[in-house]
Design a protein around this ligand. Structure first.
Ligand SMILES: [Ca+2]
Length: 216
């Protein structure tokens, strides 16, 4: 135990990763005009993996915090319908630090495949989610200010969003907000893009509760 604590305190950074997948599909509606065409986006698979079993996602957003049965590496897929210029949607998630050390966490997007150009038009912002405990995202439950201003998926690839510290055995509820604007071009109809969203956790920069001094 002591060695573990020393390692945690002095052993340098520990990087932990977790993933879920975002698949954005843009599809044409017959007869639609530029401003009215619709499309579809999906969160598919929500694959979540950890390097040291320390960062997890809640399988049931209304579940009891910290119960292992509710912590999962794989979430059921989600589907966003009717994506179009000026589209907006939310995706709630709860991150949990199941390890024994506090972690400073970030989240970034990793482009996987399909239409690279879409990543310049789909924007993401991440907010802390003040869930009232029912596991359902409702109006008024997100913080007013995002962790960072809107980023395109491309920007998000190289500039991770800092989420701050998640203490050991603590939950960080998040709301991902996605949107497009009026400039979503016709040329991107019927396209899709696949992204991994990667959470990184590191002890580097995280504050640690030091043990009380004791006589040798
Ligand atoms: Ca709620």
């Amino acid at each position: 135990m002591l060695n573990e604590m020393k390692s945690a305190l002095f052993g340098g950074k520990s990087i932990l990763k977790s993933l879920f997948l975002i698949v954005v599909t843009v599809a044409v509606v017959s007869g639609a005009t530029y401003a009215a065409w619709t499309a579809q986006a999906k969160v598919e698979g929500n694959t979540f993996s950890t390097g040291s079993a320390a960062l997890k996602l809640y399988g049931n957003l209304a579940g009891t915090p910290g119960v292992n049965a509710n912590l999962t590496d794989l979430l059921p897929g989600n589907s966003f319908d009717d994506v179009y210029p000026n589209w907006e949607e939310y995706y709630p998630a709860k991150l949990y630090n199941s390890g024994t050390v506090n972690l400073k966490t970030t989240v970034k997007g990793v482009y996987v495949s399909q239409t690279a150009a879409l990543q310049d038009y789909i924007k993401v912002a991440v907010y802390k989610w003040n869930d009232d405990g029912d596991g359902v995202y409702e109006e008024g439950e997100k913080e007013t200010l995002a962790y960072q201003n809107w980023k395109t998926l491309r920007e998000w690839r190289t500039n991770p969003i800092l989420l701050g510290q998640v203490d050991a055995k603590a939950t960080l509820p998040l709301v991902f907000r996605f949107k497009t604007e009026e400039d979503l071009p016709n040329s991107l109809q019927n396209q899709n893009t696949v992204f991994d969203f990667v959470f990184d956790g590191t002890t580097e920069g995280a504050t640690t509760t030091l043990p009380s001094p004791s006589p040798l």
